[in-house]
Design a protein around this ligand. Structure first.
Ligand SMILES: [Zn+2]
Ligand SMILES: [Zn+2]
Ligand SMILES: [Zn+2]
Length: 178
């Protein structure tokens, strides 16, 4: 729980560069923070982060690239767990409901939320080369969409924006390739 507060302070003093796009960052740290945040949030809400749910979240956090439900299932099976697809889907439903993960609709895959516990529209930058997904947290984007939808009498129940392109690392690695 202490690590959550520490991270929040540290993050706010840093640039707004999403962690997924910070070259050479310590990803073990991302994963540990995410699991620590998940435990703290679930405890606070009285939600049960069972060992399966926790393990699924950990698998999702193996990288910043989204992972499909069947790849999660395979990972569980490799660990000798006799998991079935409904087990994985139930765990994913829980993680989505708690805001600990996001579903990338266009890829039918899941990523860990980098801002759990904070209300935000999910704005995803998806790199078409390395598969990294970086989550932006810009309230202005969500506000603009909300007011435009409201103007045409549309009530939003879920707002997610998926933007495909090339991340900075990939662009630097091969600038001319399109
Ligand atoms: Zn990371
Ligand atoms: Zn998020
Ligand atoms: Zn990339």
């Amino acid at each position: 729980m202490a690590s959550t507060a520490r991270r929040t302070r540290k993050e706010s003093s840093r640039s707004r560069m999403p962690v997924a796009l910070r070259a050479g960052h310590d990803h073990d740290h991302c994963r540990e923070d995410a699991l620590g945040d998940a435990e703290a949030l679930c405890a606070e809400r009285g939600a049960r982060l069972t060992s399966t749910r926790r393990r699924v979240l950990e698998i999702i956090w193996q990288s910043h690239a989204p992972i499909g439900a069947y790849d999660i299932l395979d990972a569980l099976k490799r660990e000798g767990l006799t998991a079935q697809p409904p087990t994985v889907y139930r765990a994913l439903d829980f993680l989505l409901a708690q805001g600990l993960a996001h579903r990338i609709t266009s890829l039918n895959a899941y990523i860990g939320c980098t801002a759990p516990g904070r209300s935000h529209g999910a704005q995803m930058l998806i790199c078409e080369r390395c598969g990294t997904v970086a989550e932006l947290e810009d309230g202005r984007i969500g506000d603009t969409v909300s007011s435009a939808a409201k103007a045409v009498g549309f009530k939003i129940t879920n707002q997610a924006l998926e933007v495909v392109g090339v991340c900075r690392d990939c662009a630097e690695a091969s600038p001319t390739k399109r």
